[in-house]
Ligand binder design. Structure first.
Ligand SMILES: [Zn+2]
Length: 432
């Protein structure tokens, strides 16, 4: 009994020691393994990175630094390539050659403020004289300027990176405005702006959007391979807002035979109407919910228009194609514009802070005619918007506007195919 207990204790101790020993060895191997993995990455990566913009990658930059020093210069206001190179201490003779070569494809004075220019150079012999090896200037998404010294001559060219596309589906509830709720759900900013623009024909973004309305969007995003931070908005394929006030509105992208891109509803009716219901940048409207209760912001017989509360300077759009028939100061209306449209419609815009130049007085739907202000009898910056039919002011909220074109025959068939394809894509992306 005593012996057994003694043996048991000893065995227990041996087992414990053995377990600790094995654990220590396991951890040791794990650490070595992780280190090796990191090493492997370093060896394996340069090949992948080589496909990428070699100047934007830290790893490659390190390699560049080992072989040749480089300068990273942020473009400031008033900078030209010549100024930058002079400031960096390169020789005039060399700068002259660089500028001449650059001019063949790109204006060296036309730099974008804030962009970063990379200059690789070498020190000539033992002297402190620097000599340019290459210059890299990012220009726009997927387009860069690259100048390189080849056999003592400079050669300039444009470079483009490999890009990839991915399809993004987002949805959510509106808690304040479509713009802010969309941003919070991670939708690309440009995509929300475009989404608001295509719904502006049929939705009053001040009065028709209520708390807990739903939205959904499907769009393409283009990005440079291996650099997902650099994104470009591709096509919006589908957008849906499900409103308590107007019901569910779905719009689908469709390219007609002429190559023109438009948005159509489920039945193939164009999203575009004769006049816009929100003739202002809807993304900048003050949160609509509280505003709807404000008496002056609704429509009544005395008021005869609808108001859009937005910060001073918010762009105001021509609600439809037409001719400006009045533009100037108009008493209580302040700075005022009235446009004559087809079908005996007119629209008026009041309290503007300033007008936009409209040569000839002819305006296209959606073009900027002026900016929000508080001129005339007004208590704060807003747009007062009126629609007139046969000279009488009518309530834009109740107006049934003649809709734009409706797809027919072959085009309608093609649209329905396209619509079904879009829905299959949405289903493929799953619930999220
Ligand atoms: Zn008003």
């Amino acid at each position: 009994m005593l012996f057994n207990t003694f043996l048991g204790l000893k065995l227990k101790r041996i087992l414990t020691q053995l377990t600790i020993f094995i654990a220590v060895i396991a951890i040791f191997f794990l650490i070595i393994q992780t280190k090796n993995d990191k090493k492997d990455n370093k060896i394996a990566n340069p090949e992948i990175i080589y496909e990428k913009n070699e100047f934007n990658d830290k790893l490659v930059k390190k390699r560049v630094k080992q072989s040749a020093p480089s300068l990273l210069i942020k473009v400031k206001s008033g900078d030209t390539l010549e100024k930058i190179l002079k400031k960096a201490g390169f020789k005039n003779e060399e700068i002259f050659k660089v500028i001449n070569e650059t001019k063949k494809i790109f204006d060296p004075k036309n730099l974008i403020i804030g962009n970063e220019i990379t200059i690789k150079y070498q020190n000539k012999g033992k002297s402190i004289e620097k000599s340019i090896n290459s210059i890299f200037i990012p220009l726009e998404f997927n387009k860069n300027f690259y100048l390189e010294k080849i056999n003592e001559n400079f050669v300039a060219k444009f470079q483009s990176e490999k890009t990839q596309k991915r399809l993004i589906k987002k949805n959510g509830f509106i808690t304040d405005s479509l713009y802010l709720s969309g941003l919070r759900s991670g939708i690309n900013k440009k995509a929300i702006n475009e989404m608001i623009a295509i719904f502006s024909f049929s939705v009053d973004f001040q009065r028709d959007i209520w708390r807990n309305d739903k939205f959904e969007i499907l769009y393409e995003e283009e990005f440079i391979k291996y650099d997902k931070s650099n994104k470009n908005l591709g096509k919006i394929l589908y957008a849906n807002i499900d409103l308590q006030s107007l019901g569910s509105l779905k719009l689908y992208r469709f390219e007609s035979e002429s190559g023109k891109v438009e948005y159509f509803d489920e039945n193939g009716k164009s999203a575009k109407k004769l006049l816009m219901k929100t003739p202002i940048d809807g993304a900048r409207l003050s949160s609509g919910f509280g505003m709807r209760k404000h008496p002056i912001l609704g429509y009544n017989v005395q008021h005869r228009g609808v108001d859009f509360a937005a910060p001073k300077g918010t762009p105001i759009y021509a609600a439809g194609d037409g001719v400006i028939e009045k533009k100037g100061w108009n008493g209580a209306y302040g700075k005022y514009i009235r446009i004559r449209h087809a079908n005996n419609f007119k629209t008026a815009y009041a309290h503007l802070s300033k007008f936009n130049k409209t040569p000839g007085g002819r305006v296209k739907q959606g073009s900027i005619i002026g900016y929000v202000g508080s001129t005339g009898r007004s208590t704060g910056p807003h747009l007062h918007y009126e629609i007139l039919k046969n000279g009488k002011r009518i309530n834009p909220q109740k107006l049934k506007l003649p809709s734009g074109r409706k797809l027919k025959n072959g085009e309608l068939e093609r649209f329905i195919e396209e619509k079904n394809l879009i829905h299959r894509k949405i289903d493929d992306l799953g619930l999220y």
